[in-house]
Design a protein around this ligand. Structure first.
Ligand code: C2E
Ligand code: MG
Ligand code: MG
Ligand code: MG
Length: 281
């Protein structure tokens, strides 16, 4: 890269960063209002059993309809919420709402209810002292049995150091399942799988994307199922978009998947309807 060009890019890159930071601050301010005014809601994406595609569990995914901008994706507002600390009250609301919904499904659907309801937890939440106590309190308040809840964290969040691992262990002690999200994309070390009380490993979409083309990712995906089997972890393949990918994953030994091939994130009522007939798609 030419020196002059590099410098020019540096300047515009910084300006872009400033703009993005300003944009995130605006969003965070609006998000604070959103929390109090019903602009947020949860969708639930089915996690299915292969090869049949029966609904096994769901992952709660937050959505925001901004009064002027319309829908804003979590890929945009979650980072803003993390940066400002707003993720802590936002995450509390998400946890409470998902557990309330899960308890409701259990009461109305009984044996047909999703076996597990997964909630994404940010590094920032996990670092808060007393997060495990909060989980315990939410379970008590909603009456949800701990084994129905799965707390999903990224490897990076666990590696954050400090108290994250302690909190995670305390959550696992409650009987709540722990899933490692986006596995393979962060600063993962296989050692983490021994020190962290994980039950579920979610193989990131980026690895699943080209497995049918026989690329290097196919080797990674094949190796990960071996590790999961050996360590008694449940492997979930994320971002499965085609029947070919599903077939290849099944052939490699995967038994759980999530992705548009089976279902998009859906409103709670739609999950209930599909649970009653035992299918995801
Ligand atoms: P994630 O936890 O890895 O969630 C999976 C994302 O992949 C979701 O995007 C989902 O809609 C999308 N997805 C699922 N299957 C497919 C597929 O087959 N193809 C494609 N192209 N995408 C697929 P979403 O809902 O936009 O969420 C993005 C990220 O935002 C999540 O990634 C998670 O990191 C974060 N997020 C979402 N909801 C929450 C939440 O309630 N709390 C926290 N802390 N983070 C959240
Ligand atoms: Mg997730
Ligand atoms: Mg994920
Ligand atoms: Mg992902």
């Amino acid at each position: 890269e030419a020196k002059g060009q590099g410098k020019g890019r540096q300047v515009s890159y910084t300006a872009e960063m400033d703009q993005r930071t300003a944009e995130q601050s605006r969003l965070a301010a609006d998000l604070r209002t959103a929390l109090d005014t019903d602009q947020l809601y949860l969708l639930y994406q089915p996690i299915v059993a292969m090869p049949g595609g029966e609904l096994y569990g769901v992952e709660a995914l937050v959505r925001w309809t901004h009064p002027e901008r319309g829908p804003v994706g979590p890929g945009v507002f979650i980072p803003a919420a993390e940066r400002t600390g707003l993720i802590v009250p936002l995450g509390s609301w998400i946890l409470q709402e998902a557990c309330r919904q899960a308890a409701d499904w259990l009461a109305t659907l009984q044996d047909d209810a999703p076996r597990t309801v997964t909630v994404n937890v940010s590094a920032r939440q996990l670092r808060e002292a007393g997060f495990a106590e909060e989980v315990e309190a939410v379970l008590r308040r909603t009456g949800l049995p701990p084994h129905v809840l799965t707390v999903e964290v990224t490897e990076t969040a666990v590696f954050d150091g400090g108290t994250a691992l302690t909190e995670l262990r305390a959550i696992a002690e409650l009987g709540v399942n722990i899933a490692l999200d986006d596995f393979g994309t962060g600063h993962s070390s296989l050692g983490l799988l021994r020190t962290c009380p994980a039950d579920i490993l979610k193989v990131d979409k980026s690895f699943v994307d080209d497995i049918t083309e026989g690329g290097q990712n196919a080797v990674v995906v094949a190796a990960l199922i071996g590790i999961c089997d050996g360590l008694h972890l449940r492997a979930v393949a994320e971002g499965v978009e085609t029947a070919e990918q599903a077939a290849e994953l099944y052939r490699l030994g995967y038994r759980y998947a999530q992705g548009y091939h089976y279902a998009r994130p859906l409103p709670a009522a739609e999950i209930e309807a599909r649970s009653r007939c035992g299918v995801a798609a």
